[in-house]
Design a protein around this ligand. Structure first.
Ligand code: DGT
Length: 243
């Protein structure tokens, strides 16, 4: 079976190339244990997306290091590294083609059964099946129009089909109602048991049951803990909770 990776951030700082001023991430220290679900919360611009985008090396750290299962990612073949990590971005990236072609992007070897299983877990199967052409339905300019929430569910299904060791959801449930979001999270619990999961969210309710929650503020981690612990100890967290 799949095994989650351990991810260690050690004294990581990061600036975008050519950008002046304060680094976007400052002295990040964080350990994600294999199989853990880690919620990441913080105001807009606090660095949440930048933090997770460093893991598959979409960008390289400016200083410090990120280790995956003990190996510095700078020493890993990026393609091999990315093979183990699925990121669902904030904005879904779908192309002109059938729903199935879109879902298979990143793992063209999956069977129809695996595709349907993933779609089911992402709460996408029933709306796909409701189209006359089902998984053969065309998306894009000459195809059907999907709602933002439907696109998000397809992106999540696409990530699950890849059977990653690390699953990163970058604020991709914002267009979903809370029931759909809860159902997806329930399915993920069984699917993703053993998968290291990083979950960026706007709403505290989206990350409340994570193993630990990371609170970001202005490029820094200002709190790591459970919901209960952060409610007692982290001012920024309480402010987000109350907003
Ligand atoms: P969000 O998505 O609005 O909730 O914000 P976060 O918390 O995900 O923040 P992030 O990592 O997108 O942005 C952190 C800072 O970095 C913010 O000042 C904007 C800046 N930034 C983000 N992406 C880029 C980029 O591609 N190039 C440059 N130069 N700056 C960027």
């Amino acid at each position: 079976g799949r095994q989650g990776c351990q991810i260690d951030f050690e004294h990581v700082s990061f600036s975008y190339e050519g950008a002046s001023g304060e680094p976007v991430l400052k002295n990040i220290n964080l350990t994600c244990l294999p199989g853990e679900t880690i919620g990441i919360i913080g105001s807009t611009g606090s660095g949440k997306s930048s933090l997770v985008n460093l893991i598959p090396r979409f960008y390289d750290v400016s200083s410090g290091s990120i280790r995956v299962d003990g190996v510095d990612t700078q020493e890993l073949d990026p393609a091999k590294l990315r093979d183990r990590i699925a990121i669902v971005p904030q904005k879904s990236i779908l192309f002109s083609g059938t729903i199935e072609e879109n879902l298979l992007w990143g793992n063209e070897h999956a069977s129809r059964e695996e595709i349907m299983q993933a779609a089911n877990m992402a709460e996408a199967h029933s709306f796909i099946a409701a189209f006359p052409e089902g998984y053969e339905t065309m998306l894009g300019q000459r195809g059907v129009n999907l709602s933002g929430g439907q696109k998000q569910r397809l992106s999540i299904a696409r990530a699950l089909i890849r059977k990653p060791d690390v699953l990163i959801l970058d604020d991709c449930t914002s267009a979903l109602d809370t029931t759909t979001e809860t159902n997806i999270k329930e399915s993920l619990k069984s699917f993703a048991s053993g998968v290291t999961c990083l979950l960026i969210a706007q709403r505290i309710t989206s990350v409340m049951d994570a193993d630990k929650i990371v609170v970001m503020d202005d490029g820094e981690i200002v709190g790591i803990g459970t919901h209960e612990a952060l409610m007692k100890s982290c001012r920024v967290y309480v402010e987000i909770f109350q907003s």
